[in-house]
Design a protein around this ligand. Sequence first.
Ligand code: NAD
Length: 339
Amino acid sequence: MFALMQSTRLESLHLSVDPVTGLKAVIAIHNSRLGPALGGCRYLAYPSDESAIEDAVRLAQGMSYKAALAGLAQGGGVAVIIRPAHVENRAAVFEAFGRWINQLDGRYITAIDAGTSVADMDCIAQHTQFVTSTTAAGDPAPHAAMGVFAGIRSTAMARLGSDNLEGLRIAVQGLGNVGYALAEQLHAAGAELLVSDIDHGKVQLAMEQLGAHPIANEALLSTPCDILAPCGLGGVLNRTSVTQLRCSAVAGSANNQLTHLEVADQLERRGILYAPDYVINAGGLIYVSLKHRGEELTTITAHLSKISSRLTEVFAHAQAEKRSPARVADELAEKVLYR
Ligand code: NAD
């Protein structure tokens, strides 16, 4: 674990268990140079405790890079609560988590992420002020989706020469809080939607409401399309799956889409333009960060609208230097974090 901490330059790792509620949680604080660490809280089942810790560490690093490139005075941190097979009292788990966060005295501020809801954030908020995306603060997912939508247009412009999405075939993997909101915007812009989700009810809804074409989960990545939008969990782009892609670009909301940075080089060699995940999906972080600081929606929307130009800038550097946009984005973020 120390090797992973060293290689990712992680600042600190915190673990907690609460025998009364069954809470088993990890908080990874990656870098707090720009401000207190802020990032989502996952509530998922993991194959092992080590895999949960690794997920938290890698996601926390992504959050630092995201905040740095989004121009936010925020560090990167992430929490993972390991979901047990059975939970007696979910609210009690999140309340215990809130008490624990409070002990960190503001070094980490939590938010909604995969597997958590505004109701969970409300439970946390009973015990600490270091929480965002409560019922009162609002769900960041629609803002994340708005940023990804703008980023997909920039990606289409860079790769296909036009930001008009009408008639483009866009494959959305995962129709959760962000994926479904994104699919709605893509549909409104005239895109043809190909969708998959392990929850068939969500696919059915997208078929009925958005005229989406259902694709089997295992077939989505190899389905011919213009743009692939991974909006489920991370790690979908690995050395094998990348060889199967039949798209011109990848641009979606999922965090940590690449298993390794070398996979981005593979995409580049295949002529597939990759929109770095933490650049295109920064809308959620921008929303929770600025909302927590008491900013108005107009200020938040103005900040959010910079995502597409930042992405265009990354693409331009990458094209000029004949490198993957993922490497360019990492270098730009590291300049901010470690200069
Ligand atoms: P969510 O849990 O609401 O949705 C994820 C969806 O993906 C679910 O419907 C799930 O069934 C589906 N899914 C999971 N694995 C799949 C697979 N292999 N194939 C098809 N479908 C699959 O989560 P969310 O809040 O929509 O977030 C989605 C992704 O975007 C996550 O990686 C998250 O970290 C990232 N993200 C979220 C936000 C936000 O504000 N919620 C912001 C930025 C990034």
